[in-house]
Design a protein around this ligand. Sequence first.
Ligand SMILES: Nc1ncnc2c1ncn2[C@@H]1O[C@H](COP(=O)(O)OP(=O)(O)OP(=O)(O)O)[C@@H](O)[C@H]1O
Ligand SMILES: [Mg+2]
Length: 375
Amino acid sequence: MSVFNEAIRNFLSPINQFLDDEKITEIMINGPKDIFIEKDGVLIKTPAKFHDEDDLRSAVRAIAQSVGRIIDNEHPYLDAYMTDGSRVAVIIPPLAKAGTIVTIRKFSAKKLGLKDLIDKGSLSKEAARFLDICVYLGKNILVSGGTGSGKTTMLNVLGQRIPAGQRLITIEDSLELQIDANHVVNLVSRKADPGKNLEAITIRNLVHSAMRMRPDRLVVGEVRGDEALDLVQVMNTGHHGSMGTIHANNPKDACIRLEMLCLLGDTKIPAELMRLMISSAVQVIVHCERLPDGSRRTLAICELLGLDALKNYVVKDIFRFVQKNKDTQTGKIEGEIVPCDYVPSFFEEIRVNKLPFPKENFQGPSWVTALKKSA
Ligand SMILES: Nc1ncnc2c1ncn2[C@@H]1O[C@H](COP(=O)(O)OP(=O)(O)OP(=O)(O)O)[C@@H](O)[C@H]1O
Ligand SMILES: [Mg+2]
């Protein structure tokens, strides 16, 4: 089943084959004659073409109309979420030079779980078990990474591990998260629609509402505005096990970006205090990356330990991806996420709860030491 109805599919006939192929996760149309797809993480240029710019523009107008929006000179771009969670981003000339640009992130009907991430090489068994324990123990988790690195997928996977019986509230811009818990409330923000006299309902508005809905845990799909402050406050006020994703290049940058977002709004909280709040709100950072060979890997699982004497974030690697090799023929990167000889500060909680994760599991393998020595 495609996200688009028959009428729209007629307009989109040059790309219908890509919409129907489950292995294709993203379709990028750079003007009528230049169409790329992403398959198995790799970008491929396709021979598909629209007849001309007018045909492509008609397709885009039909998509906009189907979600009650307009795309024209006055509204030259569109970020639309389809009902199934697929995302469509459009930008038209003169803002885009090559013609109408459309990016479709297809919704994946297959929900990935921890085991899939292990099978795909994104996590090791131990790293997956450790993350499972973090969720079980109600650690507040920030998932960081670049665009399309697998943050939402990771959040979804972690969300599915939330113990039954806890009331979970998810908040996002589109229904991308599919957390299959027995007590979950999904809230979705809304863009303003002046034509219908509808005001925007932001993620921040929804976080405020959620706090009156007795959540045990709050999950914010993507933190990218002043709702950051609310999430940090939620994490600091007893809603253990709350989570969110954030765009950042590495785990330390994730803390800095979260701090920057917290300071964006009309807050009167001084920056030093904010830093202190963040350092006690977030306990675990999971960093995702899309490697040059197209694979999505969990690059690091870290603990945020607080601030050092110079008031910098102290972030310790618990697990980290180590590259072993690169196949020169295929470009495939070989490597593993391995423990880093660091026992997290909450190990005692793991022990007293009798969770099957002995201290030895935090010991790095000897091949990593050998690799470092030979470097
Ligand atoms: N571990 C993985 N292995 C293989 N494919 C993955 C993995 N994680 C995510 N993907 C695929 O990568 C694409 C991007 O994933 P996802 O939407 O989770 O990324 P994101 O970081 O949230 O992106 P954005 O920054 O656009 O929000 C999706 O098609 C998803 O199915
Ligand atoms: Mg995402």
